[in-house]
Design a protein around this ligand. Structure first.
Ligand SMILES: C[S@@+](CC[C@H](N)C(=O)[O-])C[C@H]1O[C@@H](n2cnc3c(N)ncnc32)[C@H](O)[C@@H]1O
Ligand code: SF4
Length: 410
């Protein structure tokens, strides 16, 4: 007797859908893994910033925080047992507020606990207002092999409007000290579309950045985020057309100077793309330790992708006992995985292969074939048998493009 007889078509159909949904993903290999470490303090809060950063009043609890970071990491280790870590990014906040001794202890402790690739890229974010002479050399001795320096602009008036704690000369000195300390790999962060900024001023900032010869330049358009001072009392920003002109003309300057444009805001000399950020954009895995840090881990055993995040406030994070640093977790649905993959990978200038999608999202390509067709019809992407790439038009309407994958999926 057929065991399925006695069920209606509707019941059978729903049983198939349940079975399909239970086998959520199909990971044939796990993606590369990186580690993000968050240091949540700054000298003072910038009026445009919505990162998890808190003004430091007085001495930082460096030792206590590093002990908490290790406790936090140890709890997460079973999720990544044996997997090599290919990059570490110490971000903030302002990690360069920590002493070289503290960073040394941090990196030593991470090396002891992790299977760290000997060639791993290890980046530290630095604010030019916190770098006295000799500090970069000390950081280099701890094993940091890449710096990311937050210059934002080389125009004193604009720096002042941004509430920065440094002036243009400090930013220039920071880049020169990075060279002097022997860093052959460092990034300068710049923003454009600043209050009352002209096209000429934005281009002058880029020219100054290029003259300092970093290996990498990030160029972000200033966005006004909720819960920031700029949101409460908005400054006068350049018009959209001016912002477009800034983006296009600055990009041209960067490309002419040998900085390849590989992600919407990122430009690098040959071979100097940020490995850590590339892993995010290619939907790799990462652990996140420290206040408010996020993680994304794929599991071959469970055939799922889990996101987790840590307590956001430094005091709550510091007060947590071992195993209690996690504030929340969620397991991605297939729809989440598609959307998050696209949100990252469509930012890459070279696009991505269909194989990368099936490997990293753990889903067959037909899951997105309808959305790909819609995006192509709207001229937002091109796609052939192997590669999907955002068009120039798609870059201008990136949010609309990503939304196609949300609409079609749902
Ligand atoms: C996490 S922040 C940390 C950098 C470091 N604390 C500093 O500001 O010197 C990284 C970069 O994000 C960019 N950024 C921060 N807030 C932004 C905003 N509202 N709009 C655009 N870019 C922003 C800045 O260029 C900043 O250097
Ligand atoms: S220094 Fe950097 S992280 Fe700190 S408040 Fe300013 S932009 Fe945000």
């Amino acid at each position: 007797m057929n065991i399925l007889s006695g069920f209606s078509d509707k019941e059978l159909q729903s049983a198939y859908i349940d079975a399909y949904n239970m086998k959520m993903f199909n990971f044939t290999a796990l993606p590369p893994l990186s580690l993000y470490v968050h240091i949540p303090w700054c000298v003072r809060k910038c009026p445009y910033c919505d990162f998890n950063s808190h003004s430091s009043d007085g001495e930082l609890p460096e030792k206590q925080y590093i002990a908490s970071l290790f406790a936090d990491l140890e709890h997460d280790l079973p999720d990544i047992w044996g997997r090599p870590v290919q990059s570490i990014f110490i971000g903030g906040g302002t990690p360069s507020l920590f002493s070289a001794e503290a960073i040394d202890e941090l990196i030593g402790g991470l090396r002891m606990r992790l299977n760290l690739d000997p060639m791993a890229e290890i980046t530290l974010e630095a604010n030019p207002g916190t770098i006295e002479t000799g500090r970069f050399a000390e950081f280099k001795n701890t094993g940091i092999n890449r710096l990311s320096i937050g210059c934002q602009s080389f125009n004193n008036e604009h720096l002042q409007k941004l509430g920065r704690i440094h002036n243009a000369q400090d930013a220039i000195n920071a880049a020169e000290s990075a060279h002097a300390a022997g860093f052959d790999n460092f990034n300068l962060d710049l923003m454009f579309g600043l209050p009352e900024q002209t096209l000429q001023a934005a281009m002058k900032d880029i020219e100054q950045a290029i003259a300092l010869s970093p290996s990498h330049i990030s160029h972000y358009q200033l966005t006004i985020e909720p819960n920031t001072m700029f949101h409460h009392s908005p400054p006068v920003l350049p018009k959209d057309e001016t912002n477009w002109a800034m983006q296009e003309q600055c990009e041209q300057l960067l490309v002419e100077a040998g900085y390849g444009h590989y992600e919407i805001s990122a430009h690098a000399k040959h071979g100097k793309q940020c490995q850590h950020n590339l892993n995010y954009w290619q939907f790799g895995d990462y652990l996140g330790i420290g206040a408010g840090a996020h993680a994304k881990i794929s599991s071959a055993a469970e055939q799922n992708i889990t996101r987790s995040w840590k307590h956001k406030h430094p005091d709550k994070f510091l007060a947590a006992s071992t195993g209690k640093h996690i504030s929340g977790t969620s397991i991605l649905s297939r729809q989440d995985a598609v959307f998050e993959f696209m949100m990252n990978a469509l930012r890459l200038k070279q696009g991505f292969t269909k194989t990368l999608f099936t490997e990293r999202a753990g889903l067959p390509i037909h899951q997105i074939s309808k959305a790909l067709d819609v995006a192509e019809q709207r001229q937002l992407i091109t796609h052939d048998i192997s590669r999907i790439q955002t068009t120039e038009h798609g870059w201008h309407f990136l949010n609309d493009l990503i939304a196609v994958f949300l609409e079609e999926e749902s």
